[in-house]
Design a protein around this ligand. Structure first.
Ligand code: ADP
Ligand code: ZN
Ligand code: ZN
Length: 740
């Protein structure tokens, strides 16, 4: 009998994104039965080197896919999910992101998962459900208002309520536990119910003014297809009301809305604005959640249970089966760009996601980024203007104070002191803005000029007096004792130059002893709940001096603030960073926007040594939009971003010479091999050349042809990584937002 031809047994394989510093997926074998079960977008446990890692299946290879005999395939260790946990659209988004930002696919996939899933924990976590045991317990609860409140809510839901929902409604777990102790209720672990909760309106919408109406109607016409909008509305012009009314229509159709806000913007106030308008499940995704809460919120989004998903940057990668609208509020905010590791920009990813999902996306801001303005000019985004403050409030007026000639007392001009006094006497509030923490940024010797400098950075130490006197480097975290006398000439007099918020606080307290000074910065609000207490005080009509950093600049509504003082933004006026003017203008306008949001008109006083700076005159005589138009023209003339696409290579090692040589050599190669399509700047030392004892250098690539830039960059960057010395750190920043 003739021999029958030998058919090799088919080898079943899946390609897995493994969280390691590798740019492609990795192939693993599995049995025929496992292959049947395996789903793209599901997790698997695989061994990699000596580790066991959780990966995501990104492809099922057909059995006849050619096999590379040189590669010894390993088998997967375990299928972790029966079903995909990342849907096809999110997988496409993640794959695109990994390619666009040139970051390892496995790391990118991992950043989209809640940490419990990343660790390989089962998808089906049990929910903590609270149920009533005793429904005649009123008498036992006389003393605690919190317990009465919790009891009332539990009584409304006889089948039980999940702890998550109760927490969202402001009922603390501690209160529930107290009731449990009194045997009034008990906690049960149950399979979670992910059935959708339809939206009902909890509160009537406001009557929109004509600008708002036009914006709402324009966006609603574009439902069910991709269209990007820029909602360009002055501070206090009612952007949130526009979002809410558009959301209402989208939610009514049973669709989900993803709302992204800056890191610092996800305050209880923001959340309550959404909660008080809509009854529906709102999933909150931010870094402050513990792991199991985060998983639950993510699952509510991923299953379609949640209709509104409110989150910070990384929420852009949440799987959403029914997405109908994306909103990105305060779109100019830098926190949408991840500044380390996987350096994506949630704003750009949001545009691409809306494309994939065939839904509209709204970017909103009072001070839109120049990048977004450019997109509207190119017709890629529709601009919607809100030109009046909603309600009775008027736009504040900006006054410039020339510090070179102004008479001063304790760092504040006399004019400003007078104006502050007037407001306080009228029982109004004032807000003083200074973007510098600590007591003083410079400690200097009166006699020889010695300055306290961080030994590891090209930077001065900041003097702090709280919680004890010490020198602190804000760049590397080094802490030192404050010397009693000058270490160089032993002179006894060390004095401070400049002011941080702590010193201004001291000065204000001396100047206005009859009024409270409340400082809001990272040092004073680090305790949980302290910001909420401060916020509640600001909402009462008592005269008050509020003093703070960046934290106060964002989106807040302070109805009793009628005067805003900006003490020192000169560093922003002098910076050489391409985007520094834009950031400075945004900061001034945003801070100014905190003034006069109530019934009284607001005034803004800006102290500066550069009163003639064109940026200031444009903002004072015209407005942010005029500044933006001008900046667009300048960037276009100089072919700066967004008129050229950029990539920034950051290089760090113990020797600047090594950095320079390495970058030089690779730059040369790119110059010779990229058809002259790429302009190369550098290598140049970074603005802060030495940081934490290591030297930093930059190489900037610019091109008008994005596709070609990315094409050449890919091979070149891989090659660079391959050849870099082991003591050197390299990173690639696509579309960098900061050149620091
Ligand atoms: P923005 O988000 O643009 O800074 P907000 O949405 O916070 O502005 O609105 C500022 C204030 O104006 C809020 O108190 C809001 O309730 C109120 N407001 C918004 N739209 C209207 C409207 N159509 N009629 C009356 N008040 C409004
Ligand atoms: Zn000295
Ligand atoms: Zn330092």
């Amino acid at each position: 009998m003739p021999n029958s031809p030998v058919h090799p047994a088919p080898i079943y394989r899946v390609r897995v994104a493994v969280p390691v510093y590798l740019y492609d997926g990795f192939d693993y074998m599995l049995s025929a039965a496992e292959y049947q079960q395996a789903a793209v977008g599901a997790r698997v446990l695989v061994s990699f080197g000596r580790q066991n890692l959780v990966g995501i299946i990104i492809e099922k290879l057909p059995p006849d896919h050619p096999l590379d005999p040189k590669i010894k395939l390993k088998a997967i260790s375990e299928l972790l999910d029966q079903q995909p946990i990342l849907d096809q659209k999110v997988l496409t988004l993640l794959t695109w992101s990994a390619q666009y930002y040139q970051f390892p696919i496995g790391e990118v996939m991992h950043s989209a998962l809640p940490s419990l899933l990343r660790q390989g924990r089962p998808y089906n976590l049990l929910a903590r459900m609270w149920k009533l045991l005793d429904d005649q317990a009123e008498a036992k609860l006389k003393r605690s208002e919190k317990q009465q409140e919790a009891y009332k809510v539990l009584k409304l839901h006889p089948s039980g309520t999940s702890e998550n929902i109760l927490n969202l409604a402001g009922i603390e777990t501690a209160t529930l536990k107290a009731l449990e102790k009194k045997q009034i209720c008990y906690c049960d672990l149950e399979q979670q119910d992910f059935s959708p909760v339809p939206m009902t309106l909890a509160q009537m919408p406001l009557t929109p003014n004509s600008d708002q109406k036009r914006a709402i109607e324009t966006v609603l016409k574009a439902q069910h297809r991709y269209q990007a909008f820029l909602l360009d509305g002055l501070t206090g012009s009612g952007k949130t009301e526009v979002y809410l009314q558009i959301m209402q229509e989208v939610l009514k159709q049973g669709k989900q809305v993803l709302v992204l806000v800056p890191e610092i913007g996800l305050t209880p106030q923001t959340i309550s604005r959404f909660q008080s308008r809509f009854h529906c499940h709102i999933a909150l995704l931010h870094s402050g959640l513990n792991d199991s809460k985060r998983l639950q919120a993510w699952q509510a989004a991923q299953t379609g249970k949640a209709s509104i998903i409110l989150g910070t940057r990384s929420a852009i990668y949440t799987p959403l089966p029914n997405l109908g609208l994306i909103i990105l509020d305060e779109e100019h905010d830098l926190s949408f760009k991840q500044q380390e590791g996987f350096r994506y920009h949630a704003r750009d990813v949001a545009l691409y996601r809306a494309h994939l999902e065939h839904c509209p996306v709204i970017l909103g801001s009072a001070t839109p980024s120049i990048d977004s303005y450019a997109l509207t000019e190119q017709g890629k985004m529709i601009r919607l203007e809100l030109n009046q403050r909603a309600g009775p409030a008027l736009m504040p007026k900006i006054h410039i104070i020339d510090l070179k000639v102004a008479q001063k007392q304790q760092g504040l001009s006399l004019l400003l002191i007078q104006e502050i006094k007037k407001r306080l006497q009228k029982k109004e509030q004032v807000l003083i803005f200074l973007n510098r923490r600590g007591y003083a940024p410079v400690l200097v010797c009166d006699s020889c000029g010695w300055q306290a400098q961080c030994p590891h950075c090209d930077a001065n130490f900041t003097l702090h007096h709280s919680p004890y006197t010490h020198l602190h480097c804000h760049h590397c975290g080094t802490i030192q004792r404050k010397p009693e006398q000058c270490p160089q000439c032993q002179h006894n007099e060390l004095k401070t130059l400049g002011m941080g918020t702590a010193k201004v606080e001291e000065n204000l307290q001396q100047l206005f002893p009859d009024y409270d000074v409340v400082r809001v910065d990272r040092d004073s609000t680090s305790r949980v709940g302290s910001w909420q207490k401060i916020y509640d005080r600001i909402q009462t009509s008592q005269p008050l001096i509020l003093l703070g950093t960046q934290m106060l600049a964002k989106g807040h509504h302070f109805p009793y603030v009628t005067l805003v003082a900006i003490l020192d933004i000169d560093a922003g006026l002098l910076s050489v960073d391409i985007r520094a003017p834009e950031r400075t203008a945004q900061l001034i306008v945003q801070v100014a926007g905190r003034a006069g949001r109530g019934e009284h008109k607001g005034d803004v006083y800006l102290q500066t040594l550069r009163p003639d700076h064109p940026l200031l005159s444009t903002l004072v005589e015209q407005d942010y939009r005029a500044f933006a138009r001008q900046t667009l023209k300048e960037r276009q003339a100089a072919l700066l971003p967004p008129f050229r696409y950029t990539a920034l290579i950051r290089c760090e090692s113990k020797s600047q010479e090594q950095n320079q040589q390495f970058l030089q050599q690779h730059a040369q190669w790119l110059r010779e091999n990229s058809e002259q399509l790429i302009d190369i700047w550098g290598p140049i030392p970074a603005p802060m050349e030495r940081k934490a004892g290591r030297y930093q250098a930059h190489l900037v690539l610019l091109s008008q042809d994005r596709a070609r830039l990315h094409f050449y960059l890919r091979a070149w960057w891989q090659n660079m990584l391959h050849h870099k010395p082991s003591n050197m750190k390299l990173s690639l920043d696509i579309d960098p937002q900061e050149f620091s």
